[in-house]
Design a protein. Structure first.
Length: 170
């Protein structure tokens, strides 16, 4: 997380960094559909576990984030190629779920985001009659707001994601 200060409870004596979001881990799923030789679309869901750092009380508490994004991908090389570098961009939202709440029961706050990045897909082999491959990419998320509506919340929250995964290619 970058520019991770999300504000303060006290608008007079607080600072923009009284509460901050910490780094954590992230896992999820992506589904790609290549509609042409160079153009593709992607839908993704990721769960992140991060921390909410309360600097005035010197306490760090874990919390969850659920991210859904839709993206367009432009591959520099045609679909049949073994190695396919690409760029991508799209829109989505993240549900920030504070400690003690549950997204399943309507807890949390949604913040919309714009994301962009690039990566590479590599066709590795065939198994069970299907091709399979690996993928690596780096992506930047720019949020339109900061979660929880605290005082003195300013600037843009940014999140950098680096992923490596495997998949079946159809």
């Amino acid at each position: 997380m970058e520019h991770n200060g999300i504000g303060a409870i006290d608008p007079v004596n607080g600072t923009p960094n009284d509460f901050q979001l910490g780094n954590g881990f992230r896992f999820g799923f992506r589904f790609d559909l290549d509609t042409r030789d160079h153009l593709g679309y992607e839908l993704s869901y990721f769960y992140s576990r991060s921390s909410l750092i309360d600097h005035p009380d010197n306490v760090s508490t874990g919390f969850g984030m659920h991210t859904v994004s839709g993206d367009a991908l432009w591959h520099f090389i045609k679909r049949d190629s073994r190695v396919r570098p690409f760029v991508m961009g799209g829109l989505g939202f993240t549900n920030f779920v504070p400690p003690g709440e549950s997204a399943a029961s309507g807890g949390g706050q949604n913040e919309f985001q714009l994301n962009y990045g690039g990566g590479v897909k590599v066709k590795v082999g065939s198994k069970w009659g299907k091709d399979w491959g690996i993928r690596a990419d780096v992506r930047q998320f720019q949020y339109f707001g900061k979660p929880f509506g605290l005082f003195l919340s300013n600037g843009k929250l940014q999140q950098t994601e680096a992923t490596v995964g495997f998949g079946l290619l159809f």
